[in-house]
Design a protein around this ligand. Structure first.
Ligand code: PLP
Length: 351
């Protein structure tokens, strides 16, 4: 099916953006791509003014957490190419997240059609250089206005944009979470669902109290195997060098698109890599003995983020101050975005 996507209020003036002092996720675009699912079909499909939604206090998503989202980025190349990165992969993950929460699938034509129209009308929000990006936030939630624990009959799907700069300014200090659990086998750790992030907030607070930026999660059962950060996947660089990241098969790790991009870049660069479980004991011993040279996180928001130190078992574990593999991968990532390095064409979704 093809949706005719109406754009309301096409003459909104562009916002003034000071790219050099841009807090993450605080400045919004002028427009909101919007669609409502009810009575078995999609209605009110349009790109409209970004403004408050009017919702019933009974809105199902607020009570029972039937809500998912995505996070992807769009960029502008000097020679006038406007594109979003790995859109098809983000869409597929969005579909899987919806399936797990018994939400009706958002058709590809609707998702992509709304996204394209939105990016077109917000063209002057694209950043001037590749250190900045236009962050895209698709959101999908249950909209039934009455109580009762069951999948909603109506849903709201929307996409909005926020221009962003770098996420963390410096290599991060990591709090290893030994007590709380983010995801268990059979749970929802492998989808981008709202509740995963609220469940991680207490650990985030503990991290802050220990002067750390982020939590690193261990497996739910033995509290030993390293899984990921609250918003990033994790990589280790072993002497060799070999790149290691935990496998996804327990279903407790979010299958990051950046994780996948990093593995593909390692392949391109001839860096050996493997998916392998790493326990927190192996990691701390490896750091102490110098066999683990780097640890870094990967995610769309933060891209590739080196780790400075870890707080675990009441001790600080320091990583070496340089992180050449993370730097090489970050450079290669920028070269992919700038077009200096070519990649499979589906990764670059031109608008
Ligand atoms: C979004 C997210 C990531 C990173 O995924 P990308 O597709 O690389 O952005 C990693 N872990 C969690 C828990 C996430 O929510």
């Amino acid at each position: 099916m093809n949706w005719e996507i109406i754009v309301e209020d096409t003459a909104l003036p562009p916002p003034a953006i000071s790219w050099e002092q841009l807090p993450f996720g605080r400045v919004f675009g002028r427009y909101l791509a919007y669609a409502k699912y009810q009575e078995g079909g999609w209605q009110e499909v349009r790109v409209k003014r970004f403004e408050r939604l009017s919702l019933s206090p009974g809105t199902s998503a607020l009570h029972y957490g039937q809500a998912i989202f995505e996070g992807l980025k769009a960029y502008h190349r000097p020679k006038d190419t406007y594109f979003a990165f790995r859109v098809a992969d983000h869409y597929q993950r969005f579909v899987r997240s919806a399936e797990r929460l018994v939400m009706p699938p958002v058709p590809a034509e609707l998702f992509l059609g709304l996204l394209r129209r939105l990016l077109q009308v917000e063209k002057d929000l694209f950043p001037p250089d590749l250190r900045h990006a236009l962050y895209i936030r698709p959101l999908y939630f249950a909209a039934d206005p009455w109580l009762g624990v069951r999948p909603s009959d109506s849903y709201i799907f929307l996409i909005y944009l926020t221009p962003v700069g770098p996420y963390y300014g410096e290599p991060v200090r990591v709090y290893v979470e030994e007590e709380l659990v983010r995801a268990a086998p059979g749970g929802t750790g492998s989808i981008k669902m709202a509740g995963n992030y609220s469940a991680a907030m207490l650990s985030g607070k503990k991290a802050q109290q220990h002067n750390c930026h982020v939590s690193l999660w261990l497996d739910a059962i033995r509290h030993e195997l390293i899984e990921e950060f609250s918003t990033m996947n994790v990589f280790f660089v072993q002497k060799g060098p070999t790149l290691i990241t935990p496998p996804l098969d327990r279903g407790t790790i979010l299958p990051g698109i950046t994780r996948d991009t990093v593995l593909k870049m390692a392949q391109m660069l001839g860096i050996s890599w493997k998916e392998q479980e790493v326990s927190i004991h192996e990691l701390t011993e490896g750091i102490a003995h110098g066999s683990i040279l780097e640890v870094f996180g990967t995610g769309t928001a933060a891209t590739i983020m080196p780790v400075r130190s870890l707080f675990y078992a009441n001790k600080w574990w320091q990583l070496p101050p340089t992180h050449p593999i993370a730097d090489l991968l970050a450079l290669t990532y920028r070269q992919i975005l700038s077009g200096e390095k070519s990649v499979v064409s589906e990764w670059i979704w031109e608008i």
